[in-house]
Design a protein around this ligand. Sequence first.
Ligand code: HEM
Ligand SMILES: *[C@@H]1O[C@H](CO)[C@@H](O)[C@H](O)[C@H]1NC(C)=O
Ligand SMILES: *[C@@H]1O[C@H](CO)[C@@H](O)[C@H](O)[C@H]1NC(C)=O
Length: 321
Amino acid sequence: MSSYNTFAPILFLLLILITNNTQSEAQLSTTFYDGTCPNALHTIRTSIRTAISRERRMAASILRLHFHDCFVQGCDASILLDDSPTIVSEKNAFPNKGSLRGYEVIEAAKSEVEKLCPGVVSCADILTAAARDASVMVGGPSWSVKLGRRDSTTASLDLANTGLPSFKAPLDSLISTFNDNGLSPRDMVALSGAHTIGQAQCFSFRDRIYANGSDIDAGFASTHRHRCPINEGNENLAALDLVTPNSFDYNYFKNLIQKKGLLESDQVLFSGGSTDSIVREYSKNTSNFKSDFAAAMVKMSEFRTITGQEGVIRSICGALP
Ligand code: HEM
Ligand SMILES: *[C@@H]1O[C@H](CO)[C@@H](O)[C@H](O)[C@H]1NC(C)=O
Ligand SMILES: *[C@@H]1O[C@H](CO)[C@@H](O)[C@H](O)[C@H]1NC(C)=O
């Protein structure tokens, strides 16, 4: 009993030391690969730039890919895993199938990084850095990316189906989905500004343009009906920002004020609800939009990540090691 009394405080101290050590190991940092793969970020940027110069829309696709990774189990590259005996791929979830793109671009960046320093840099970090590089490439803001994420050993088709927002979601449900991911309504409005670039398929906005609702500009609706017939052309594309579809600017918010949001989930951000004032602010103040966007991207990319000894470093992003 007396030896227990003597050792208990020592054990307690040891426990604190171990816990602290694990914590400092498990933190993300901008210098994470400085010792083990100093050229990682440069290599990723070169690879992403090449892909975007080939097809400008790829910038949009990479931003969306990162978002769809982070909202399911955190930013752990779970989205990149293909079907296998142990994995039910998130790629087949309703919000992803036939629509999410850019997998091969991340895989190509990964293979460049593997040549340099095999087994060191996670797919989750590559996708996170790629999203920043994509933003910069199309005139969006830059931000510094903290690294040290690990790759998941699991994927969740169910979470991908339930945890990603629907293009028909009402405002309160959008707010709650973003809240589940540590993001405020203001973060949500800023991040939705990613729809200043990229394309959407007819099936995702058809109901809106044929509804004859009062929340849509009549000319905008009728123009879009040409390329999105009532019962065909599901995959026909329209720009999410009809004014400047290839550059990252605040026209997305100006469109919303004119009732020219393409998706219901876009227009609902400016439809008499609690987020109207934020949309109005961003439509006038691009520097506030861009700095809030950057801050929200960082917040999204650091929520619920796995670090330290958790998870793995995959050598191919689509498969477990
Ligand atoms: C607010 C909830 C959101 C909903 C309901 C939503 C829904 C959608 C839908 C339906 C599409 C078109 C997909 C297709 O038709 O193939 C799309 C495209 C896109 N989304 Fe979102 N999105 C949301 C938020 C975000 C966020 C937070 C980001 C990134 C930060 C983002 C980035 C993009 C981009 C860049 C595209 C164009 C992709 C491309 O051209 O390949 N979205 N989104
Ligand atoms: C909307 O208006 C058009 C043309 O006026 C009409 O053909 C269509 O049926 C209407 N749609 C709905 C859902 O009421
Ligand atoms: C944007 O907002 C910031 C801070 O709220 C302000 O300092 C700046 O003058 C505004 N810019 C414009 C163009 O309104």
